[in-house]
Ligand binder design. Structure first.
Ligand code: ZN
Length: 444
C-alpha cells in the first residue's frame, strides 16, 4: 500500500501519554506506524521536534457575524481546528427544522471543515415540541439562555423545565448560557441612570454571585429531569462552587471555558473597551486562576472559543456595542503559551480539553478527537519552538482585530490536515469549500 502521506518522527499527544511514532494517511484515515521499514508514501513529512495533535473540536462557534460558514472554516483551520459545532439560532416564530436543514445544506456547500450544530432556541417554550425531530436529524444539543430578555432570547424556568423534560426523554443535551439576566438588566439600568462609565463598571453589572445562582438553578432543574447539561463559557470562581456541588452529587454536567477567561482579567481587557465586550464578562485575577485550577482538576472539561466576530472598533461606545469577539484561530497557541509554557498544564491536557473531551461529549468520537487507527486524519503539526507574535495582520477572521494583538507566543501551528487533505501549510490555505461534511451529534 502506498500512503498519501507519512508524517514521521512526530511526538503524538494523547490525554494520558506522549509517544513517538509515525502516522500514515490513506483515504482520509489514520494508520499508526511503529516502524517505517518498507513503507511507501506519495509524500513524507518530517515532524522531528514537533508535536502531532488530533485536530481541535471547537464546540462553540457562531458562523453568523463577520465570518460566515465558509470563512469561519479558514480562520479555524489556521488555528488547528478541524471540526466545529456551530450555534444555530432559531428565532421566535421560525421553524426549527427548516432553519437547521437550510444551515446544513449551506454548510455542505461552503464549509471546508466538518461541522455539526447546536440549536439555540430563543423561544424554547413553543419550540420545545420540535426537539425530537431535530435530534432525529442529527442535532442533539439545545442552547437556551437565562439572560438576554431585551434581545428576546431569554428562557424562563417554566420553559427550561419543559425543554429539559423533552430533551432528556429523547436523549439530547441542554446547553445553557447561565447568568441571572434579569438582575443584570436591573444593575445595568441603574448604572446607566447614574451616568457611570459602563466599561469600567462592567463587572459591577455582572457580579459572579449571579453566575453561581444561575448555574445552580439550571443544574438543579436539569438534575430533576435527568437531563444531560453542557455549560459553555464558565467564567468565575463562584460558578465553580456550583459545579463542585454538582460533581459531589453525581449530576451529569459538562463544562467549557474559553481562552479569554484564561488569558485576561477585566482590569487588563477594559483597555480594549468595546472590543473586549463579551458575555459573560472576563472577570478578576482570582477568577482566572481558579479557572486554570479547574482545568487541572477536571471540573472544566473543554475549552471552546466562543468565536463571535462582531465588527467593532476600540473607539465605539461600549454600552451600544454588541457582545462577542473572534477567537477560533487562537485557542491552541494561547493554551500553549499561557498553559504549557507557563507550566500550568501539560500538552497532553490540551488535547484532552480541545479534542478528545468535546468529541466524546457530543458523540463524534472515535472518528474525531484522537490519533488512532481508523480515525479521520484530522491532525495538526505543531512546532513548539517557533516564536511569533499574534496580530490582526496574521489572523484570518474578518473581524478586523484580535484581542491578543502583540502577544508573543512560542509554539505555532505549521500544518493542518482535514480528513487526510492538507488544508493549511504554514501561511497557505488549501481548504476546499464544500468538502466539509455535516456530522450528527449523539449524546450517550
Ligand atoms: Zn457563544
Amino acid at each position: 500500500m502506498i500512503f498519501n502521506y507519512i508524517l514521521k518522527n512526530g511526538k503524538l499527544l494523547y490525554p494520558e501519554k506522549t509517544k513517538t511514532a509515525s502516522i500514515g494517511i490513506k483515504d482520509g484515515k489514520i494508520t499508526l506506524l511503529s516502524s517505517l521499514k518498507g513503507r511507501q508514501a506519495e509524500e513524507f513529512i518530517d515532524a522531528e521536534g514537533c508535536y502531532l495533535l488530533p485536530g481541535l473540536v471547537d464546540a462553540h462557534t457562531h458562523p453568523v457575524y463577520a465570518d460566515d460558514l465558509e470563512h469561519i472554516a479558514c480562520t479555524a483551520a489556521f488555528g488547528g481546528v478541524t471540526t466545529m459545532i456551530h450555534y444555530l439560532t432559531v428565532k421566535s416564530g421560525q421553524q426549527p427544522l427548516q432553519v437547521c436543514k437550510n444551515a446544513i445544506s449551506r454548510g455542505e456547500k461552503t464549509s471546508a471543515l466538518d461541522f455539526a450544530f447546536h440549536a439555540a432556541l430563543c423561544d424554547a417554550e413553543r419550540q420545545a415540541v420540535h426537539i425530537p425531530e431535530l435530534i432525529q436529524s442529527g442535532i442533539s444539543s439545545f442552547k437556551m439562555f437565562t439572560a438576554y430578555k431585551k434581545l428576546n432570547m431569554m428562557t424562563d424556568d417554566y420553559a427550561l423545565a419543559k425543554a429539559m423534560d423533552i430533551i432528556a426523554a429523547h436523549k439530547g443535551m441542554a446547553s445553557v448560557h447561565a447568568e441571572n439576566g434579569m438582575v443584570i438588566d436591573y444593575l445595568e439600568e441603574k448604572l446607566r441612570a447614574s451616568h457611570k462609565n459602563m466599561c469600567s463598571h462592567f463587572l459591577t453589572t455582572s457580579p459572579s454571585l449571579l453566575d453561581r445562582e444561575a448555574i445552580f438553578r439550571v443544574l438543579s432543574i436539569a438534575a430533576l429531569f435527568g437531563c444531560p447539561l453542557f455549560l459553555p463559557h464558565v467564567s468565575s470562581a463562584k460558578a465553580l462552587d456550583a459545579l463542585k456541588i454538582a460533581r459531589s452529587e453525581g449530576i451529569k454536567v459538562y463544562t467549557e471555558t474559553c481562552p479569554h477567561y484564561l488569558v485576561f482579567t477585566w482590569n487588563e481587557l477594559q483597555e480594549q473597551c468595546a472590543l473586549g465586550k463579551i458575555r459573560p464578562p472576563v472577570k478578576t485575577l482570582e477568577d482566572r486562576e481558579a479557572l486554570w485550577n479547574a482545568l487541572a482538576t477536571g471540573i472544566i472539561h473543554t475549552v471552546g472559543s466562543d468565536h463571535a466576530p462582531k465588527t467593532k472598533k476600540i473607539t465605539d461606545d461600549f454600552d451600544a456595542s454588541p457582545y462577542g469577539a473572534p477567537g477560533v484561530e487562537t485557542i491552541l497557541p494561547l493554551l500553549w503559551e499561557f498553559g504549557v509554557n507557563k507550566k500550568r498544564i501539560t500538552p497532553n491536557k490540551i488535547v484532552e480539553l480541545t479534542a478528545e473531551n468535546p468529541a466524546k461529549i457530543f458523540g463524534l468520537y472515535p472518528a474525531k478527537g484522537r490519533l488512532e487507527n481508523g480515525a479521520d486524519a484530522d491532525l495538526v503539526l505543531f512546532n513548539p519552538q517557533r516564536k511569533w507574535t499574534i496580530s490582526n495582520k496574521n489572523q484570518h477572521s474578518n473581524a478586523g482585530y484580535t484581542l491578543y494583538e502583540g502577544r508573543k507566543c512560542t509554539g505555532k501551528v505549521e500544518k493542518v490536515f482535514s480528513r487526510g487533505r492538507l488544508i493549511v501549510d504554514n501561511d497557505k490555505y488549501l481548504g476546499e469549500p464544500g468538502r466539509g461534511r455535516f456530522l450528527k451529534t449523539h449524546i450517550t
